[in-house]
Write a protein that binds this ligand. Structure first.
Ligand SMILES: Nc1ncnc2c1ncn2[C@@H]1O[C@H](COP(=O)(O)OP(=O)(O)OP(=O)(O)O)[C@@H](O)[C@H]1O
Ligand SMILES: [Mg+2]
Length: 391
């Protein structure tokens, strides 16, 4: 083998190609220039291919690209040798380089054919664009489903929270109602005996005993007031519903409201022009709105506005009491309807006002809604079924 190669490389008896071209400069330089340009072009192609493969390692079949680069490099080398052999008869070296080029070309050609099927199966740009569109639509669908799911989960959480709250109020209502009922019976006994005592004292007057009985009577009346509010919260109070126009009731109560909300506060009424018929217990209704107005006044630290509105909606009559007072945090808002829940100082609030409102609204088939935030005032709206409206 070695002997064959050294014989091949022996150029002693050979002449350079230039002799065949009779050293004609036009032929020599046309050949030389063309081979040089072809050689440089062939050398630049593998550089470009190598750069492409190094930057895009994800390109399929990149090993074929390497084979192709080697083949082109070898082709380029043959052209440079053609220039060399114009002057130097190194035909052996040229033959060796050609042999290597031949091996590389055959290998590349053989490897490329089986790839043809796979390459033809590659998706066309139009197919890729269509797949991309399908994928985008799928992503949009999935995103919408996710948003709906999230919304549903928030709604469910809200519904669960409302159910928990309703169950809690129901349980507290039963307990409160039970205690208030028995307590009320006992109070009736106390009041009846006080009546008797007062009767007896009219014939045997004794100033000291009369004073004590009067104190006992006043305490019994206060206690009766508390039990009445507790019973009202538990929806166990005596009610006598009648058809009324909410605006008329509240107009009649104006002096009471003015007495409750005095200067420097301002009291504003805003009543619907249309009839606002409701079917409720008048006493309970009056108590509820007065409770709301007093709470609104108490919530204003210095001076502010208490507004009482009546709006006739399609199926409901909305009575709102709004103030621009201190408002309440969420933790307070969630508990305000519980009986005996108060943030007021001892002796200033019993925590039964909004419980009465709650009981009254429930008993009347209505709804009560509170919008409040610290420093932003409070708006409490009672919605009562419109009398005569279809359910
Ligand atoms: N308009 C309002 N602005 C801010 N907080 C309020 C308002 N209305 C009610 N609250 C809060 O709700 C709590 C409960 O009110 P509720 O009327 O049941 O009891 P109270 O006013 O404390 O006592 P009372 O039995 O004398 O009415 C109040 O202590 C207060 O913290
Ligand atoms: Mg109150």
């Amino acid at each position: 083998m070695w002997a064959y190669v050294s014989e091949l490389l022996n150029a002693d008896s050979l002449s350079p190609h230039g002799i065949c071209l009779l050293w004609r400069p036009d032929l020599i330089w046309t050949h030389a220039t063309s081979d040089m340009l072809i050689g440089f072009s062939y050398f630049s192609i593998p550089v470009a291919l190598g750069y492409l493969v190094s930057k895009r390692p994800d390109v399929s079949f990149n090993w074929v690209i390497w084979c192709f680069a080697a083949f082109i490099l070898a082709c380029g080398t043959t052209h440079f040798l053609s220039i060399w052999t114009l002057w130097v008869p190194d035909y052996g070296l040229e033959a060796l380089v050609k042999a290597i080029t031949a091996a590389l070309s055959v290998a590349t050609a053989v490897l490329m054919w089986p790839l043809l099927g796979k390459a033809l199966a590659w998706p066309s740009p139009a197919q890729l664009a269509a797949a991309n569109r399908d994928l985008t639509a799928l992503i949009k669908e999935r995103d919408e489903a996710l948003v709906a799911l999230r919304r549903e989960s928030i709604d469910r959480q809200k519904a669960e929270e409302m159910l928990r709250q309703a169950q809690k109020m129901e349980a507290i209502g039963q307990l409160t109602g039970g205690i208030a009922h028995d307590f009320n019976n006992l109070l009736t006994v106390v009041s009846m005996n006080l009546d008797r005592l007062e009767g007896a004292l009219r014939t045997h007057a004794d100033a000291g005993v009369t004073r004590s009985v009067a104190h006992a009577r006043s305490a019994a009346e206060k206690a009766a007031g508390i039990t009445a509010r507790m019973l009202s919260f538990a929806r166990m109070g005596q009610v006598d519903p009648k058809a009324l126009d909410a605006r008329d009731v509240l107009k009649d109560m104006e002096p009471l409201f003015r007495n409750a909300v005095q200067k420097p506060h301002e009291l504003v009424f805003d009543f619907d022009m249309n009839p606002c018929p409701v079917h409720v217990d008048r006493q309970q209704f009056e108590n509820a709105i007065l409770n709301l107005a007093i709470n609104a006044r108490d919530a204003i630290p210095k001076t502010g506005i208490v507004k009482i509105t009546v709006v006739a909606e399609q199926k409901m009559i909305a009575i709102g009491v709004t103030d621009d007072g201190e408002g309440m945090p969420e933790s307070v808002r969630q508990r305000v309807f519980e009986p005996f829940f108060t943030t007021k100082d001892v002796g200033k609030g019993s925590g039964l006002g909004l419980s009465q409102v709650y009981g009254f609204v429930q008993q009347s088939g209505g709804l009560v809604d509170i919008v409040s935030a610290p420093g932003q005032g409070t708006a409490i709206t009672i919605r009562l079924p419109r009398a005569g409206a279809e359910k």
